[in-house]
Unconditional design. Structure first.
Length: 585
């Protein structure tokens, strides 16, 4: 079947006009550059396109350099597109394939590729094959229109590979291949990134440290290790692995955490300073936790200066983060990051916050690991519009979106103590998780989807009206002053939740304003809130007269009690809150 398909594809491509080529291209960089230019030439003019680069085959199987071609072509095409085409990111492609569980036979089947393209929100798929010739190879590519399945055109390029890549041509294992010595400059849709640490060769040019700090009766001891994991990184590449364990004094900590605390810290000190960069870039995979705090530390005369940012991460998933320095709050008012000085990057994993989010499932041992790779600094290729807070359309995280489920592990029982309540274990809640994904197909491009998974048991439903209210809390930390504007707008929807509330926080000036109740439905709705509708007891946001450079928006969404009772009978409930296009007016 594979040979028949290959012959059919070759016959179709043979009928297409191909560019003349006098001699084979030398090396992977030349191939990526030429293939990107030919792709843009083949795309029909007249309207913008969304393109996804799909898998390349070698003798009917996935080529060992297919991952390199996908990543390299995606970046090269995006850098040359100039508005002609938008490129679906590799992260989105991997997520769709993982959720759909496609097999290799699906990836090389044209009908399946069209189906994958629809799920990706793409209207054009770029794919192809590699063929060995005398002393070089031929890349044969085609562009398929997703809606119709029609081949829009194609091209072929003769090339030679570097020897180390040629050896991996037939490999089925994903690899990350560094083509230049450090620091590595990498292009993106919206940024250029200088990677100052990639742990290549299983070694590091940065200082790696770990630390554990704890106090109180709930924690007996804590320890950690740090090493370079030869195959733990994305695509089987080397990365840093920070591993932590702690011994607890009890199997059940609800009501026993007063006066106790525990934090694990992973620390990386690259030798290169940020210079003119706009933000931090790194890849991270959390194992056993999702809540963290990222801190940049600089040593100055008079002591250390700290710049911190709380994070919510997807447990067990690699995430590529590009975080503006403006999102990091200084430890003291007036602190500024010195671009000429190196920074130490500290990742703190707080025990109690993660325990409350139902990590560290039980017993008297708690453990977590943080895997870190490709540490560097990024610079945007163009300035944002003044009114834009976040569009979720590229790799920059202009806002930091945190999320948590309140009352899933323990809750406050106010029946016995009306003033402060008593912390008790939430009965019958087997599991609770949240994730944040960027997804194409929103009202203004890609959007942020906060998904939640709850597994309440019959013991939870048996509480009836005494059951604690489960609340999804979504915090959006921004990095732009709202001074000079008069309203906030964004899109929102939910497949389960029908109402919520929103607060504006100004931590710098110790101000807080409530926007009242928000209505949600299963269809996208534009929310517009004038500043005079953000109110406090004394005034409105419009009349406050003081503006912070880092406003914080906090959404509160109560999960309907009836949905939880039904979930207790079915075993689980899944829901989402989708947000898009935060813009000031």
């Amino acid at each position: 079947m594979k040979k028949t398909l290959a012959i059919l594809v070759a016959a179709v491509l043979a009928s297409l006009p191909l560019p003349a080529q006098s001699k084979p291209l030398q090396g992977i960089d030349a191939l990526l550059s030429a293939a990107a230019e030919q792709t843009l030439k083949v795309l029909p003019a007249g309207r913008s396109r969304t393109l996804a680069v799909s898998w390349f085959t070698f003798e009917g199987e996935k080529a060992g350099v297919s991952d390199l071609l996908i990543n390299g072509l995606s970046t090269a095409i995006a850098n040359r597109a100039k508005g002609k085409v938008a490129v679906v990111s590799r992260q989105v492609i991997d997520r769709i394939l993982e959720e759909a569980a496609f097999q290799m036979s699906d990836l090389v089947d044209p009908k399946s590729q069209v189906r994958i393209g629809r799920q990706l929100g793409a209207d054009v798929i770029l794919t192809g094959s590699l063929t060995p010739l005398a002393d070089y190879y031929k890349l044969t590519s085609q562009l398929v229109e997703v809606e119709s399945g029609v081949v829009l055109g194609g091209f072929s390029l003769d090339f030679r590979l570097e020897k180390d890549l040629e050896k991996k041509l037939v490999s089925q294992d994903s690899t990350v291949i560094r083509l230049e010595k450090k620091p590595v400059a990498a292009g993106g849709v919206a940024t250029t990134t200088t990677i100052v640490e990639d742990f290549g060769g299983g070694r590091t040019e940065s200082q790696l440290k770990h630390a554990e700090s704890f106090d109180g009766p709930a924690i007996v001891s804590a320890a950690g290790t740090v090493d370079v994991d030869e195959k733990g990184g994305p695509d089987g590449s080397p990365c840093a692995r920070f591993a932590f364990t702690a011994k607890l004094s009890s199997d059940e900590l609800a009501g026993k955490l007063e006066g106790s605390w525990l934090a694990f810290t992973a620390s990386i000190r690259p030798n290169a300073p940020p210079r003119q960069a706009a933000g931090l870039s790194l890849s991270i995979r959390p194992e056993g936790f999702s809540r963290a705090q990222l801190t940049l530390v600089q040593t100055r005369p008079g002591g250390e200066q700290y710049f911190s940012l709380p994070l919510s991460l997807n447990e067990g998933e690699w995430q590529d983060l590009k975080l503006p320095f403006a999102l990091f709050a200084p430890g003291e008012k007036g602190f500024r990051l010195d671009p000429a000085q190196p920074v130490r990057i500290a990742l703190d994993i707080p025990f109690i916050e993660n325990w409350q989010d139902m990590h560290f499932p039980g017993g008297r041992t708690a453990s977590a690991s943080a895997l870190v790779d490709t540490v560097g600094f990024y610079t945007p290729k163009s300035a944002d519009p003044a009114a834009l807070l976040e569009s979720f359309d590229d790799e920059i995280a202009r806002v930091a979106v945190e999320r948590s489920l309140y009352n899933v592990r323990a809750y406050r029982d106010y029946a016995s103590d009306p003033e402060q309540g008593v912390e008790r274990k939430t009965p019958g809640m087997r599991a609770a998780r949240t994730r944040l994904v960027r997804t194409p197909g929103g009202p203004a491009g890609s959007f942020a989807s906060v998904t939640a998974h709850l597994e309440p048991e019959s013991a939870f439903a048996a509480l009836g009206d005494k059951a604690p209210t489960i609340t999804l809390i979504v915090t959006v930390r921004t990095a732009k002053s709202w001074k000079g504007f008069s309203a906030l707008t964004f899109f929102a929807r939910s497949n389960l939740l029908s109402r919520g509330s929103l607060e504006y926080g100004d931590n710098e000036n110790e101000l807080s304003f409530s926007a009242g109740e928000l209505g949600l439905s299963g269809v996208w709705s534009r929310v517009r809130i004038p500043f005079d509708e953000f109110t406090s007891e004394e005034t409105t946001l419009a009349g406050a007269g003081r503006w912070t450079a880092a406003p914080v928006l906090t959404f509160y969404f109560d999960v309907p009690a009836e949905a939880l009772r039904q979930a207790a009978r079915r075993g689980q409930v899944d829901f989402s809150v989708d947000l898009d296009n935060f813009v000031l007016e």
